[in-house]
Design a protein around this ligand. Structure first.
Ligand code: 5GP
Length: 128
């Protein structure tokens, strides 16, 4: 079954398209964090970013760079914040959110951790 983003790419579901090339499609997020919030999607249907092969992964970030310049210019953003979440739609997509200041982008609450916990986690990750 194709994802909602594949249906958007195929034109079966309408979207506010901002850019496209052979392998990528960019359009406005329907529920934006800020006006101009854009999603860049590879046309290939893959759920998880880090399952992409190296060439497709590199090409995606090049597409993101192209779209970022357009979003920044159009919105006069100071910084375009990017993130990759993917809990809602299982088709790789990079969020580009134009911002003027830190409060324009919701950052989750941070954890308090003890030095011993940092040490144990750093070792676990280093050894993984
Ligand atoms: P995530 O999977 O990264 O958690 O979030 C998916 C994003 O896709 C959300 O920001 C949501 O607003 C957006 N989205 C979900 N369905 C549609 C849709 O049909 N059209 C558009 N333009 N955006 C969508």
């Amino acid at each position: 079954m194709s994802t909602i983003f594949s249906k958007i790419i195929a034109g079966e579901i309408p979207s506010y398209k901002v850019w496209e090339d052979e392998h990528h499609f960019a359009f406005l997020d329907i529920n934006p964090v800020q006006p101009g919030h854009t999603l860049v999607v590879p046309k290939q249907e893959i759920d998880y970013l880090f399952d992409m092969d190296d060439a497709a992964y590199a090409a995606l970030w090049k597409a993101v760079k192209t779209v970022e310049a357009k979003v920044r210019k159009a919105t006069s953003a100071k910084r375009v914040v990017i993130d990759v979440v993917g809990y809602e739609v299982p088709h790789v997509h990079v969020h580009l959110v134009p911002t003027q200041e830190l409060s324009d982008y919701p950052v989750p609450p941070r954890k308090n951790m003890e030095p011993a916990e940092f040490e144990a986690l750093a070792k676990q990750i280093a050894d993984a």
